[in-house]
Design a protein around this ligand. Structure first.
Ligand SMILES: Cc1cc2nc3c(=O)[nH]c(=O)nc-3n(C[C@H](O)[C@H](O)[C@H](O)COP(=O)(O)OP(=O)(O)OC[C@H]3O[C@@H](n4cnc5c(N)ncnc54)[C@H](O)[C@@H]3O)c2cc1C
Length: 332
């Protein structure tokens, strides 16, 4: 079987190795739009730690990619106990691809029996999802500073700002929201005064959930990773699910429709989170079952998040959204 993978990100690179393990050497294609680190969708916080280590250890030594490990995260001033890693995502993708030649010429679909769409939000080969996607706009910076900073998240209107330590003096900081106005975002002035910026870029993350990002199979095209909405809608983590969907596909390689059903079943909590997100967009609190799905996700991710924390965070988000709506709109 001749297989092409479109997209040399986390999902495409991991699936490339899974296929090679099965004796299939896929051709891998990417769009020639490199950022300075070569990775279009950044963000290097990965949870749950044990699952990240299991997935990487299938092919590589996990400790080679672990940058920092944390036992606590500060969300909006509340310290939540947990277990989280930051990983060297550019290096992990590069070394998963190993000796693969990444092609930048147009993919001739007629040459292949199966095409894997791992193009993330672009869905270049699956085509648009039936329901319009819910995309958060993000601006991110990699910075250096000698002022120590903790792993933290600050909630804003329909989004959040993050600070992920990559080493003792290097940090990944960014901002994303659903208002689509991250373009004008710069780091706060007090932070800018004390850091040197290594690089910055923009990207979108799909928060539609698998249920809202169908179809997953179109003729001989099958999607993995963010192209099929395998991202947690309320926290926007997708690195682990990009790898997991590759495993789910390999286990059902001969039956793509069974794969699609399994993705919907496995990530049913994402579908509930997405409904909770829809409610937040409408200015309302998520329902109890949607809050429970969020707590299930955070516990799976290794965080000791309680219902009172979740309620507090979402109330803060709604308050920020209503303050934003109350501000006079700028006219051109
Ligand atoms: C700013 C930001 C921060 C994030 N932070 C985190 C985080 O801290 N932790 C976490 O777990 N998740 C995070 N995420 C989500 C996570 O990065 C993604 O869900 C995950 O990397 C998706 O992997 P993917 O391979 O499916 O898609 P992508 O990483 O988007 O890769 C898609 C690839 O397809 C290529 N491509 C696009 N169009 C074409 C085409 N026409 N032909 C061929 N190739 C094409 C792209 O160049 C890219 O290489 C973040 C996302 C963003 C945007």
């Amino acid at each position: 079987m001749k297989v092409a993978i479109a997209g040399a990100g986390m999902a495409g690179a991991y699936l490339y190795r899974l296929l090679r393990e099965q004796g299939i050497t896929a051709h891998i294609y990417d769009a020639n739009e490199p950022t300075s680190c070569g990775i279009t969708s950044c963000g290097w916080g990965a949870v749950p730690t044990v699952e990240v280590q299991r997935l990487i250890s299938r092919f590589l030594e996990p400790s080679d990619y672990e940058l920092q490990r944390f036992r606590e995260i500060n969300i909006e001033g509340v310290k939540i106990k947990g277990d989280m890693l930051t990983i060297d995502k550019p290096r992990l993708i590069k070394e998963l691809l190993d000796d693969a030649e990444v092609r930048f010429d147009p993919l001739d679909t007629g040459m292949y029996d199966r095409i894997i769409d791992a193009t993330g939000v672009v869905r270049a080969f699956l085509g648009p999802s039936t329901i319009p996607p819910l995309l958060a706009d993000c601006t991110q910076y990699r910075v250096r500073t000698d002022q120590p900073k903790e792993l933290s998240i600050n909630i804003s209107s329909l989004g959040y700002e993050w600070c992920f330590p990559l080493s003792d003096n290097e940090y990944h900081m960014g901002f994303g929201n659903l208002h689509g106005d991250a373009e004008g975002y710069t780091l706060p002035t007090d932070i800018m005064a004390e850091v040197s910026v290594c690089c910055n870029c923009r990207a979108k993350v799909c928060l539609s959930s698998p249920e809202g990002t169908q179809p997953f199979v179109v003729g001989k095209v099958v999607g993995v990773g963010e192209s099929i909405g395998a991202v947690a809608p309320l926290a926007a983590d997708g690195i682990v699910y990009a790898m997991q969907t590759g495993e789910l596909l390999i286990e059902r390689w001969d039956d793509p429709n069974a794969y699609a059903e399994e993705v919907l079943r496995r990530y049913d909590w994402m579908n509930l989170e997405r409904r909770g997100l829809n409610r937040l967009i409408e200015g309302r609190m998520p329902l109890l079952e949607e809050l429970r799905a969020f707590l299930k996700h955070t516990r799976m991710a290794g965080f000791d998040m309680r219902m009172r924390h979740a309620m507090y965070f979402f109330r803060r988000m709604l308050k920020a959204a209503s303050a934003r709506n109350a501000r006079p709109q700028q006219t051109a």
